[in-house]
Design a protein around this ligand. Structure first.
Ligand code: HEC
Length: 138
């Protein structure tokens, strides 16, 4: 009984987290990544500045190809810092949100994005997260 109640409480907390994440997403991300996570139009074609437009966060994009730590870092530190760190030469238009959003807020936004994915995509991304964790702790 206690276990069942704890599960319900956790589910309710998770649902609140996702609702909060959706609101934050609409306030801070939707202008570039789309209100329905659909990305910018023609997101695979670089603009006049040579930068790629914001990709979708739904299953048609590639957000789910990345593990949790990568996604968190990308939002907190911005695309440029993460890619520079990896030695990837790329001009990123993804701004850093450090100082704008707290860690828990970034986590809530990512939880919302994930909550929209079908199970197959969630499973793939969870496996990617486990693999990423193994690589980092090796
Ligand atoms: C000013 C426009 C802009 C805003 C606002 C913005 N992004 Fe981005 N974002 C981009 C662009 C452009 C890219 C593609 C360049 C790249 O990948 O470095 C990108 C890439 C990303 C990526 C890596 C690509 C992927 O799908 O894995 C993630 C994750 C991401 N954004 C998450 C977010 C989140 C979460 C927010 C809100 C907190 C946000 N972005 C707000 C422009 C924006």
């Amino acid at each position: 009984m206690l276990f069942a109640m704890t599960c319900l409480a956790l589910q309710a907390a998770e649902a609140d987290n996702i609702t909060g994440g959706r609101e934050l997403y609409l306030d801070f991300c939707a202008t570039c990544h789309g209100v329905n996570l659909e990305g910018a139009p023609d997101w695979q074609t670089p603009g006049p500045d040579g930068q790629l437009p914001a990709p979708p966060h739904d299953e048609t994009g590639h957000t789910w190809h990345h593990g949790d730590a990568f996604l968190f870092g990308y939002v907190k530190m911005g695309g440029q810092a993460v890619l520079d760190d990896l030695g990837v030469r790329y001009d990123s238009g993804m701004p850093p949100f450090d100082g704008v959003l707290g860690d828990a807020e970034i986590e809530a936004i990512l939880a919302y994005i994930k909550s929209t994915w079908p199970p197959r995509v969630r499973e793939y991304q969870a496996a990617r997260t486990a693999q990423e964790h193994a690589e980092r702790t090796r």
